[in-house]
Design a protein around this ligand. Structure first.
Ligand code: GDP
Ligand code: MG
Length: 200
């Protein structure tokens, strides 16, 4: 892969759409210089969302471990102690959440796209996401509140966790021809070695 062509799949989840944050969220990614190469507005079906989260073999276990350690860090006994079982419980509530309404699906491309997007998006739990990130700035949800109510953490966005995960996810949400190959004029200022043609 050419480095400037790393891609990330982003979903503005149903709560992002309902909070009227579509423009604000796209603006934040767009301003970095990353290139928008695919976009659609859809109500996802259960099959697509299952495929999406289970495309990464280790996801169930890692999401479970993350949830358990978040409880432990706060000195609270986790409700489920087995990581895979805990991951499965997260997936069940997550499915309901993602298919509850329209989402915006996008592919962003550019140097270190996955890392740049994760940085701007912020950590999974809005309560502890950094200030200045989308999740930190625009919502207040926590694992505790979500788990007590038996629902997924509403954190506005999905963003690919790695380049490998991104490529699998893009195939789930987009046909090849829906991902557009084009040149953005600003790419020369971001990536070209020579800055020819600016001065008159
Ligand atoms: P992400 O990559 O930051 O979105 O986080 P993960 O891939 O680990 O988890 C996927 C999604 O599941 C998150 O964005 C949350 O919406 C939800 N989620 C993750 N962990 C938990 C949890 O411990 N409890 C609840 N209720 N939801 C969770
Ligand atoms: Mg993830």
């Amino acid at each position: 892969m050419i480095q400037q062509r790393e891609r990330s799949l982003v979903l503005i989840k149903p709560d992002g759409v309902q909070r009227s944050l579509v423009g604000e969220i796209i603006k934040r990614y767009e301003k970095t210089g990353l290139k928008l190469v695919a976009l659609k507005f859809v109500i996802p079906d259960e099959e697509t969302v299952k495929k999406h989260y289970l495309s990464d073999k280790g996801w169930l276990e890692s999401v479970g471990k993350k949830a358990i350690s978040a409880y432990e860090k706060k000195g609270i006994e986790p409700p489920i102690k087995d990581p895979i079982e805990c991951g499965q419980a997260v997936l069940n509530v997550l499915l309901k959440y993602i298919i509850s309404g329209p989402v915006v699906a996008m592919v962003w491309e550019g140097s270190e796209a996955v890392g740049v997007i994760r940085k701007i998006t912020g950590g999974t739990e809005p309560l502890t996401s950094d200030v200045g990130t989308i999740r930190g700035d625009f919502t207040i949800d926590s694992y505790k509140l979500a788990d007590v109510d038996g629902r997924a953490v509403r954190n506005l966005i999905h963003a690919s966790g790695s380049s490998v995960e991104a490529e699998k996810e893009i195939k789930i949400w987009f046909e090849d021809e829906e991902v557009i190959k084009y040149r953005l004029v600003q790419e020369s200022i971001l990536y070209d070695v020579n800055l020819d043609g600016i001065k008159e």
